[in-house]
Ligand binder design. Structure first.
Ligand SMILES: [Fe+2]
Length: 367
Protein backbone atom coordinates (compact mmCIF):
# COMPACT_ATOMS: atom_id res chain seq x y z
CA UNK A 1 0.00 0.00 0.00
CA UNK A 2 1.27 3.47 -0.79
CA UNK A 3 1.90 5.67 2.19
CA UNK A 4 0.22 9.05 2.03
CA UNK A 5 2.01 11.48 4.30
CA UNK A 6 -0.83 13.68 5.49
CA UNK A 7 1.44 15.74 7.73
CA UNK A 8 0.55 16.54 11.30
CA UNK A 9 -2.82 18.09 11.98
CA UNK A 10 -3.07 20.96 14.41
CA UNK A 11 -3.07 19.23 17.76
CA UNK A 12 -3.48 20.56 21.24
CA UNK A 13 -2.05 18.39 23.99
CA UNK A 14 -3.20 18.24 27.62
CA UNK A 15 -2.13 21.45 29.40
CA UNK A 16 -0.44 19.89 32.42
CA UNK A 17 -0.18 16.45 33.89
CA UNK A 18 0.92 14.85 37.10
CA UNK A 19 2.14 11.26 37.08
CA UNK A 20 2.97 8.64 39.67
CA UNK A 21 1.63 6.34 42.36
CA UNK A 22 -0.20 8.50 44.87
CA UNK A 23 -0.60 11.46 42.47
CA UNK A 24 -4.35 11.43 43.18
CA UNK A 25 -3.62 12.87 46.63
CA UNK A 26 -2.78 16.15 44.88
CA UNK A 27 -6.24 16.56 43.29
CA UNK A 28 -7.76 18.27 46.35
CA UNK A 29 -5.04 20.97 46.34
CA UNK A 30 -5.44 21.40 42.62
CA UNK A 31 -9.18 21.97 43.03
CA UNK A 32 -8.60 24.37 45.94
CA UNK A 33 -6.17 26.39 43.81
CA UNK A 34 -8.86 26.92 41.16
CA UNK A 35 -11.49 28.32 43.57
CA UNK A 36 -11.51 32.05 43.15
CA UNK A 37 -13.67 35.05 44.09
CA UNK A 38 -16.27 34.64 41.41
CA UNK A 39 -16.45 30.89 41.26
CA UNK A 40 -16.13 29.16 44.55
CA UNK A 41 -17.90 25.92 43.80
CA UNK A 42 -16.67 22.88 41.89
CA UNK A 43 -18.26 19.95 40.10
CA UNK A 44 -17.20 16.35 40.67
CA UNK A 45 -18.24 13.69 38.17
CA UNK A 46 -17.31 10.31 39.58
CA UNK A 47 -17.63 6.87 38.01
CA UNK A 48 -20.45 5.00 39.73
CA UNK A 49 -17.96 2.19 40.39
CA UNK A 50 -16.71 4.31 43.33
CA UNK A 51 -20.13 5.05 44.80
CA UNK A 52 -19.61 2.81 47.82
CA UNK A 53 -16.12 4.10 48.53
CA UNK A 54 -16.16 6.13 51.74
CA UNK A 55 -15.97 9.89 51.17
CA UNK A 56 -14.56 9.51 47.67
CA UNK A 57 -15.68 13.06 46.73
CA UNK A 58 -14.20 14.53 49.92
CA UNK A 59 -10.87 12.86 49.19
CA UNK A 60 -10.83 14.70 45.85
CA UNK A 61 -11.44 18.03 47.59
CA UNK A 62 -15.26 18.32 47.41
CA UNK A 63 -16.92 20.73 49.84
CA UNK A 64 -20.56 20.91 50.88
CA UNK A 65 -21.51 23.58 48.33
CA UNK A 66 -20.07 21.56 45.42
CA UNK A 67 -21.99 19.33 43.03
CA UNK A 68 -21.16 15.63 43.13
CA UNK A 69 -22.69 13.31 40.52
CA UNK A 70 -22.00 9.62 40.07
CA UNK A 71 -21.88 8.73 36.38
CA UNK A 72 -23.58 5.55 35.27
CA UNK A 73 -21.48 3.28 33.07
CA UNK A 74 -24.34 1.03 31.98
CA UNK A 75 -24.60 2.95 28.72
CA UNK A 76 -22.00 5.06 26.94
CA UNK A 77 -22.75 8.83 26.99
CA UNK A 78 -25.65 10.11 24.89
CA UNK A 79 -26.31 13.69 23.91
CA UNK A 80 -29.50 13.36 25.94
CA UNK A 81 -27.69 12.15 29.10
CA UNK A 82 -25.22 15.03 28.81
CA UNK A 83 -28.04 17.59 28.41
CA UNK A 84 -29.82 16.17 31.47
CA UNK A 85 -26.69 16.46 33.60
CA UNK A 86 -26.05 20.03 32.45
CA UNK A 87 -29.67 20.95 33.28
CA UNK A 88 -29.20 19.52 36.80
CA UNK A 89 -26.06 21.60 37.29
CA UNK A 90 -27.87 24.77 36.18
CA UNK A 91 -30.77 24.13 38.52
CA UNK A 92 -28.49 23.38 41.49
CA UNK A 93 -26.60 26.66 41.03
CA UNK A 94 -23.46 25.17 39.46
CA UNK A 95 -23.56 26.98 36.12
CA UNK A 96 -20.06 28.42 36.39
CA UNK A 97 -17.92 26.25 38.64
CA UNK A 98 -14.25 26.92 39.27
CA UNK A 99 -13.36 23.50 37.88
CA UNK A 100 -14.84 20.15 36.90
CA UNK A 101 -13.19 16.94 38.05
CA UNK A 102 -13.80 13.80 35.98
CA UNK A 103 -12.77 10.73 38.00
CA UNK A 104 -13.26 7.37 36.32
CA UNK A 105 -13.13 5.53 33.02
CA UNK A 106 -13.65 6.79 29.48
CA UNK A 107 -17.37 7.35 29.96
CA UNK A 108 -16.85 9.60 32.97
CA UNK A 109 -13.92 11.47 31.41
CA UNK A 110 -15.85 12.09 28.19
CA UNK A 111 -18.86 13.26 30.21
CA UNK A 112 -16.68 15.76 32.08
CA UNK A 113 -15.32 17.13 28.81
CA UNK A 114 -18.78 17.51 27.24
CA UNK A 115 -20.30 19.15 30.35
CA UNK A 116 -17.38 21.58 30.58
CA UNK A 117 -17.97 22.73 26.99
CA UNK A 118 -21.74 23.03 27.38
CA UNK A 119 -21.66 25.10 30.57
CA UNK A 120 -19.83 27.93 28.79
CA UNK A 121 -21.15 27.49 25.24
CA UNK A 122 -24.84 26.98 26.00
CA UNK A 123 -27.23 25.06 23.76
CA UNK A 124 -27.42 21.28 23.52
CA UNK A 125 -24.80 18.57 23.25
CA UNK A 126 -26.02 17.64 19.75
CA UNK A 127 -25.18 21.18 18.54
CA UNK A 128 -21.47 20.43 18.95
CA UNK A 129 -21.19 16.92 17.46
CA UNK A 130 -18.58 17.40 14.77
CA UNK A 131 -15.32 19.24 14.22
CA UNK A 132 -14.47 22.62 15.77
CA UNK A 133 -18.04 23.64 16.56
CA UNK A 134 -17.30 24.59 20.18
CA UNK A 135 -17.00 28.39 20.17
CA UNK A 136 -15.38 29.32 23.50
CA UNK A 137 -13.22 27.48 26.07
CA UNK A 138 -15.11 25.28 28.51
CA UNK A 139 -14.87 25.35 32.29
CA UNK A 140 -11.42 24.38 33.62
CA UNK A 141 -11.36 20.59 33.83
CA UNK A 142 -9.23 17.97 35.53
CA UNK A 143 -9.22 14.36 34.30
CA UNK A 144 -8.28 11.47 36.58
CA UNK A 145 -8.44 8.11 34.75
CA UNK A 146 -9.08 5.08 36.95
CA UNK A 147 -8.70 2.53 34.14
CA UNK A 148 -6.23 2.61 31.24
CA UNK A 149 -6.64 2.22 27.51
CA UNK A 150 -9.20 4.46 25.85
CA UNK A 151 -6.93 7.50 25.81
CA UNK A 152 -9.94 9.66 26.74
CA UNK A 153 -7.64 11.53 29.12
CA UNK A 154 -5.56 12.77 26.16
CA UNK A 155 -7.90 13.29 23.22
CA UNK A 156 -9.73 16.34 21.87
CA UNK A 157 -13.06 14.58 21.62
CA UNK A 158 -15.75 13.16 23.87
CA UNK A 159 -17.73 10.36 22.27
CA UNK A 160 -21.52 10.65 22.53
CA UNK A 161 -24.38 8.95 20.73
CA UNK A 162 -27.40 10.96 19.71
CA UNK A 163 -30.27 8.54 20.35
CA UNK A 164 -32.61 10.46 18.04
CA UNK A 165 -30.34 10.47 14.97
CA UNK A 166 -28.15 7.45 15.81
CA UNK A 167 -25.08 9.66 15.27
CA UNK A 168 -22.10 8.55 17.39
CA UNK A 169 -19.75 11.51 17.24
CA UNK A 170 -17.98 13.67 19.79
CA UNK A 171 -17.19 17.35 20.20
CA UNK A 172 -13.89 17.38 18.32
CA UNK A 173 -12.31 20.61 19.51
CA UNK A 174 -9.18 22.03 21.10
CA UNK A 175 -11.46 23.16 23.91
CA UNK A 176 -12.36 19.54 24.69
CA UNK A 177 -8.81 18.73 25.85
CA UNK A 178 -8.35 18.48 29.63
CA UNK A 179 -6.49 21.35 31.29
CA UNK A 180 -4.88 18.99 33.78
CA UNK A 181 -4.63 15.20 33.86
CA UNK A 182 -3.62 13.25 36.94
CA UNK A 183 -2.17 9.84 36.07
CA UNK A 184 -1.98 7.64 39.16
CA UNK A 185 -1.36 3.96 38.38
CA UNK A 186 -2.33 2.93 41.92
CA UNK A 187 -5.96 3.71 40.96
CA UNK A 188 -6.11 0.77 38.54
CA UNK A 189 -5.18 -1.97 41.02
CA UNK A 190 -8.81 -2.95 41.68
CA UNK A 191 -10.06 -3.02 38.07
CA UNK A 192 -11.64 -6.42 37.23
CA UNK A 193 -9.20 -8.43 35.06
CA UNK A 194 -11.42 -8.78 31.98
CA UNK A 195 -12.25 -5.08 31.99
CA UNK A 196 -8.58 -4.20 32.48
CA UNK A 197 -7.67 -6.32 29.44
CA UNK A 198 -10.46 -5.13 27.12
CA UNK A 199 -9.84 -1.47 27.93
CA UNK A 200 -6.06 -1.76 27.70
CA UNK A 201 -6.41 -3.38 24.29
CA UNK A 202 -8.16 -0.24 23.03
CA UNK A 203 -4.77 1.53 23.16
CA UNK A 204 -3.07 -1.40 21.41
CA UNK A 205 -5.76 -1.57 18.71
CA UNK A 206 -5.72 2.19 18.04
CA UNK A 207 -2.02 1.97 17.35
CA UNK A 208 -1.79 -1.25 15.32
CA UNK A 209 -4.55 0.21 13.12
CA UNK A 210 -2.74 3.54 12.80
CA UNK A 211 0.59 1.89 11.96
CA UNK A 212 -1.00 -0.30 9.27
CA UNK A 213 -2.80 2.61 7.64
CA UNK A 214 -1.92 4.88 4.76
CA UNK A 215 -2.58 8.24 6.45
CA UNK A 216 0.62 8.45 8.40
CA UNK A 217 2.99 10.97 9.88
CA UNK A 218 6.21 10.68 11.89
CA UNK A 219 4.73 12.00 15.15
CA UNK A 220 1.68 9.75 15.08
CA UNK A 221 3.91 6.78 14.22
CA UNK A 222 6.25 7.51 17.13
CA UNK A 223 3.37 7.70 19.61
CA UNK A 224 1.88 4.52 18.15
CA UNK A 225 5.08 2.48 18.19
CA UNK A 226 5.76 3.28 21.84
CA UNK A 227 2.16 2.57 22.78
CA UNK A 228 2.37 -0.88 21.15
CA UNK A 229 5.72 -1.55 22.90
CA UNK A 230 4.24 -0.67 26.28
CA UNK A 231 1.15 -2.82 25.62
CA UNK A 232 3.45 -5.75 24.79
CA UNK A 233 5.27 -5.19 28.09
CA UNK A 234 1.94 -5.45 29.85
CA UNK A 235 0.00 -8.15 28.06
CA UNK A 236 2.89 -10.49 27.20
CA UNK A 237 4.07 -10.45 30.83
CA UNK A 238 2.97 -13.09 33.30
CA UNK A 239 1.23 -10.56 35.55
CA UNK A 240 -0.46 -7.82 33.51
CA UNK A 241 -1.64 -6.11 36.70
CA UNK A 242 1.70 -5.93 38.55
CA UNK A 243 2.42 -2.40 39.75
CA UNK A 244 4.99 -1.58 37.02
CA UNK A 245 2.74 -3.06 34.33
CA UNK A 246 -0.19 -0.89 35.45
CA UNK A 247 2.14 2.07 35.22
CA UNK A 248 3.17 1.02 31.68
CA UNK A 249 -0.47 0.71 30.65
CA UNK A 250 -1.39 4.12 32.01
CA UNK A 251 1.38 5.67 29.92
CA UNK A 252 0.32 3.56 26.91
CA UNK A 253 -3.23 4.84 27.25
CA UNK A 254 -2.10 8.45 27.35
CA UNK A 255 0.32 8.06 24.40
CA UNK A 256 -2.29 6.05 22.48
CA UNK A 257 -4.69 8.97 22.94
CA UNK A 258 -2.02 11.33 21.58
CA UNK A 259 -1.48 8.90 18.68
CA UNK A 260 -5.11 8.90 17.55
CA UNK A 261 -5.20 12.68 17.84
CA UNK A 262 -2.59 12.75 15.05
CA UNK A 263 -3.56 9.71 12.97
CA UNK A 264 -6.47 7.42 12.09
CA UNK A 265 -7.77 4.03 13.11
CA UNK A 266 -8.56 1.25 10.60
CA UNK A 267 -10.94 -1.66 10.07
CA UNK A 268 -11.49 -2.71 13.70
CA UNK A 269 -13.08 0.51 14.96
CA UNK A 270 -15.80 0.77 12.25
CA UNK A 271 -16.90 -2.84 12.89
CA UNK A 272 -16.69 -2.23 16.62
CA UNK A 273 -18.81 0.93 16.34
CA UNK A 274 -21.43 -1.11 14.48
CA UNK A 275 -21.55 -3.64 17.34
CA UNK A 276 -22.00 -0.75 19.78
CA UNK A 277 -24.73 0.97 17.78
CA UNK A 278 -26.67 -2.18 16.84
CA UNK A 279 -26.19 -4.34 19.95
CA UNK A 280 -25.13 -1.80 22.59
CA UNK A 281 -21.81 -3.59 23.19
CA UNK A 282 -19.31 -1.35 24.98
CA UNK A 283 -16.47 0.02 22.89
CA UNK A 284 -13.49 -1.83 24.35
CA UNK A 285 -14.97 -5.32 24.53
CA UNK A 286 -16.43 -4.81 21.04
CA UNK A 287 -12.94 -3.98 19.73
CA UNK A 288 -11.59 -7.24 21.13
CA UNK A 289 -14.46 -9.24 19.60
CA UNK A 290 -13.75 -7.60 16.23
CA UNK A 291 -9.96 -8.04 16.27
CA UNK A 292 -10.49 -11.68 17.20
CA UNK A 293 -12.50 -12.15 13.97
CA UNK A 294 -10.56 -9.93 11.56
CA UNK A 295 -7.15 -11.60 11.43
CA UNK A 296 -7.22 -11.38 7.63
CA UNK A 297 -6.66 -7.60 7.88
CA UNK A 298 -4.13 -7.60 10.70
CA UNK A 299 -2.48 -11.06 10.71
CA UNK A 300 0.48 -10.18 12.96
CA UNK A 301 -1.53 -8.17 15.47
CA UNK A 302 -4.18 -10.87 15.50
CA UNK A 303 -1.62 -13.58 16.31
CA UNK A 304 -0.16 -11.40 19.05
CA UNK A 305 -3.64 -10.62 20.41
CA UNK A 306 -4.42 -14.37 20.57
CA UNK A 307 -1.17 -14.92 22.47
CA UNK A 308 -2.04 -12.14 24.92
CA UNK A 309 -5.60 -13.25 25.53
CA UNK A 310 -4.50 -16.85 26.18
CA UNK A 311 -1.62 -15.84 28.41
CA UNK A 312 -3.88 -13.58 30.50
CA UNK A 313 -6.72 -16.17 30.48
CA UNK A 314 -9.34 -13.66 29.34
CA UNK A 315 -12.79 -14.74 28.17
CA UNK A 316 -14.41 -13.03 25.18
CA UNK A 317 -18.17 -12.91 24.58
CA UNK A 318 -19.18 -15.59 22.07
CA UNK A 319 -21.94 -15.66 19.46
CA UNK A 320 -22.43 -11.90 19.52
CA UNK A 321 -23.84 -12.01 15.99
CA UNK A 322 -25.70 -15.30 16.20
CA UNK A 323 -29.25 -15.19 14.80
CA UNK A 324 -28.87 -12.16 12.52
CA UNK A 325 -32.05 -11.03 10.78
CA UNK A 326 -32.07 -9.17 7.44
CA UNK A 327 -32.84 -6.00 9.34
CA UNK A 328 -29.85 -6.47 11.67
CA UNK A 329 -27.57 -7.31 8.73
CA UNK A 330 -28.55 -4.08 6.97
CA UNK A 331 -28.05 -2.09 10.17
CA UNK A 332 -24.60 -3.62 10.75
CA UNK A 333 -23.46 -2.90 7.20
CA UNK A 334 -24.71 0.70 7.32
CA UNK A 335 -23.13 1.35 10.72
CA UNK A 336 -19.78 -0.04 9.52
CA UNK A 337 -19.36 1.62 6.13
CA UNK A 338 -20.27 5.09 7.34
CA UNK A 339 -16.78 5.28 8.89
CA UNK A 340 -15.19 6.22 5.61
CA UNK A 341 -12.01 7.84 6.90
CA UNK A 342 -10.70 4.86 8.88
CA UNK A 343 -11.78 2.39 6.19
CA UNK A 344 -10.01 4.47 3.55
CA UNK A 345 -6.96 4.64 5.82
CA UNK A 346 -6.91 0.85 6.00
CA UNK A 347 -8.13 -0.26 2.58
CA UNK A 348 -7.92 2.71 0.22
CA UNK A 349 -10.58 5.00 -1.25
CA UNK A 350 -12.15 2.11 -3.12
CA UNK A 351 -12.66 0.13 0.09
CA UNK A 352 -16.12 -1.05 -0.94
CA UNK A 353 -14.57 -3.08 -3.78
CA UNK A 354 -12.97 -5.39 -1.20
CA UNK A 355 -15.33 -4.78 1.68
CA UNK A 356 -18.51 -6.02 0.05
CA UNK A 357 -21.79 -6.55 1.91
CA UNK A 358 -21.24 -10.31 1.80
CA UNK A 359 -17.76 -10.02 3.24
CA UNK A 360 -18.90 -7.64 5.98
CA UNK A 361 -21.63 -10.03 7.04
CA UNK A 362 -19.38 -13.09 6.93
CA UNK A 363 -16.98 -11.25 9.27
CA UNK A 364 -19.79 -10.34 11.67
CA UNK A 365 -20.93 -13.96 11.62
CA UNK A 366 -17.54 -14.99 12.99
CA UNK A 367 -18.04 -12.78 16.07
FE1 LIG B 1 -11.01 3.05 20.60
Amino acid sequence: MTTLDTGVKIVRNVGRFTFGDGAVAGVADLVASKRSGKSQNAVFLIDEYFKGQKDIAGSLGAKSADAVHFISTVDEPTTQSIDELVAKLHSSGHSSPATIVGFGGGITLDTAKAVSNLLTNGGHAADYQGWDLVRVPGVHKIGVPTISGTGAEATRTCVMTNRETGLKLGMNSDFTVFDHVVLDPSLTSTVPRNQYFYTGMDAYIHCIEALAGSYRNAIGDAYSRETVNLCRNVFLSTDMMASERRSDLMVASYLGGCAIATSYVGVVHPFSAALSVVFGLHHCVANCVVLNATGEFYPEAHAEFRKMIELQKIALPQGVCANLTDELRAALIAATIKHEKPLTNALGTNFRATLTDTRIISLFEKM
